[in-house]
Design a protein around this ligand. Sequence first.
Ligand SMILES: C[S@@+](CC[C@H](N)C(=O)[O-])C[C@H]1O[C@@H](n2cnc3c(N)ncnc32)[C@H](O)[C@@H]1O
Length: 325
Amino acid sequence: MWPAALGRWAEIPICNLCLHRKRPPLIGDLVARGKHSQRKSKERSQSSNRWIERQRRDPYVAMAQVQGLPSRSSFKLKEINEFYFPHLHAKLEEKCKCSGSNRPNRRKLIQPGALILDLGAAPGGWSLYASTQLKLGLGGAVVAVDLLSLDETLHSCNSDITSRIRANLQSNFHFIQGDFTMNETRKRIMGAFANVSKNIQNNDSAGAIGRRPNLVLSDMAANFTGDSDTDAIRTLDLCERAMAFAAGTGCFNPSYSPRDGEGVLEDGGALLCKFFTCGRENEAELMDAAKRAFGSVHILKPKASRKESSEVYLLALDHRKKNAK
Ligand SMILES: C[S@@+](CC[C@H](N)C(=O)[O-])C[C@H]1O[C@@H](n2cnc3c(N)ncnc32)[C@H](O)[C@@H]1O
């Protein structure tokens, strides 16, 4: 117990999306704060009150609690998968019919046999939702990456997200704790995909897929500094890095040739990536890169994403690597 600390519980950092504080306060946290921090803590408790009030009124937070989900983020991916994607796909199909070409018939972004890379996965909302959409028999698998462990942010909750995902995917779920921007972490990601592929071949599953992911998700957000412009630029940088990893750094070059692609995504694969709007000038490089490397590019604002937040999702479909003109 930490009776003296209870009054200052509101000062302990909270995950910006899930309901839970990252860990209980340690006496050291409170002692370490000198007198000069008292004014700041008053300000913080006001904003903390606003945050609690907003969480209380948020229907997605309530639904996430009722359904035992680790975060309200799951609803964003669900909406994109089950609502936005079918609409976009139908429109693209219509276009293809007019031009006489054929598109594979797909109803959802997450196909049952998909090989998914989930970047910025903690506390696990997207991985958990994706695991319910995949079928083991078809080789569906998720490799998830985060700086934090999946269950670290769920201290006050009894649910164990990793084992719930494993219940759906067994050994076809790999979690890598590390910084996605580091080479070491990227090597571990590729190693995990190689393992998934081996498992699939050993099980001799129907429709086994190759070693490359066909869907890269990034819900990564840089640690909030309190300055929204800085936060947006730092998160945009993470989004650009996810794009470069998925489609190859070459797509940021105006003379990009799809044949030179060196990214991890399979041909025809998709990228779904979060960023905070920060002006066309800042976003131009990302948008141009996406248009070079993908057949169609969309900016989505799911209903589950708070209206007052500048958060949006870039959905890039049909990665064109070798087949492009
Ligand atoms: C908004 S949360 C993700 C929520 C998650 N999609 C869900 O459904 O529960 C953003 C996550 O990005 C992670 N992140 C930020 N920078 C990262 C990096 N360089 N490498 C890996 N993860 C990172 C953070 O640790 C944080 O857990």
